[in-house]
Write a protein that binds this ligand. Structure first.
Ligand SMILES: [Zn+2]
Length: 165
């Protein structure tokens, strides 16, 4: 009986851990927990941390942080741009479901983010010069005219702000 109860307890804990990992934005009150240095990367810029905290509180969601500051080696390994804002600790990539992109964009703009990259699951935000791009379904960066083909990954307010809707 005790063994069975322990097994069930362990199973519930594992289920909870998997839930938090896969859909952190759906865990009630989880948004109140600040991102950790481990998630942000040691070279994160304090301005990025502040802006991201503002987004977390404004959206009341804690989107999964896929990438923050990257070392040069790490940036090479993940195929990041050679002048990536991640290298300066000024960028973050979050997993943001489409249903949450509208509020994410409004809060990110308010928090001072100026660079945006819209992918199928991932959204890039940075504090570099104002610019934007999209990612194709394989995660390749698209800019210029080809970026428009995946503009549906950006929320409506974003498109409207740029006269693209
Ligand atoms: Zn990025």
């Amino acid at each position: 009986m005790v063994v069975l109860r322990s097994a069930l307890a362990a199973l519930s804990l594992l289920t909870l851990a998997a839930f938090v990992r896969l859909v952190p934005h759906r865990v009630p009150l989880f948004w109140r927990i600040a991102y950790t240095p481990h998630e942000l990367g040691l070279g994160i810029h304090p301005s990025t941390e502040t802006a991201l905290d503002q987004v977390r509180v404004c959206t009341q969601r804690r989107f999964r942080l896929r990438s923050g500051w990257r070392s040069a080696e790490n940036n090479l390994r993940v195929g990041g741009a050679s002048d990536s804002q991640h290298l300066h600790g000024l960028a973050v990539d979050l997993t943001v479901p489409h249903a949450h992109r509208e509020v994410l964009y409004l809060c990110a703009k308010e928090a001072g983010f100026t660079g945006f990259g819209w992918g199928s699951t991932s959204t890039h935000l940075d504090l570099g010069r104002p610019r934007w791009w999209t990612y194709d379904d394989q995660g390749q960066v698209l800019s210029g005219a080809s970026a428009m083909e995946h503009l549906h990954k950006a929320p409506r307010s974003f498109r409207r702000d740029r006269g693209l809707d």
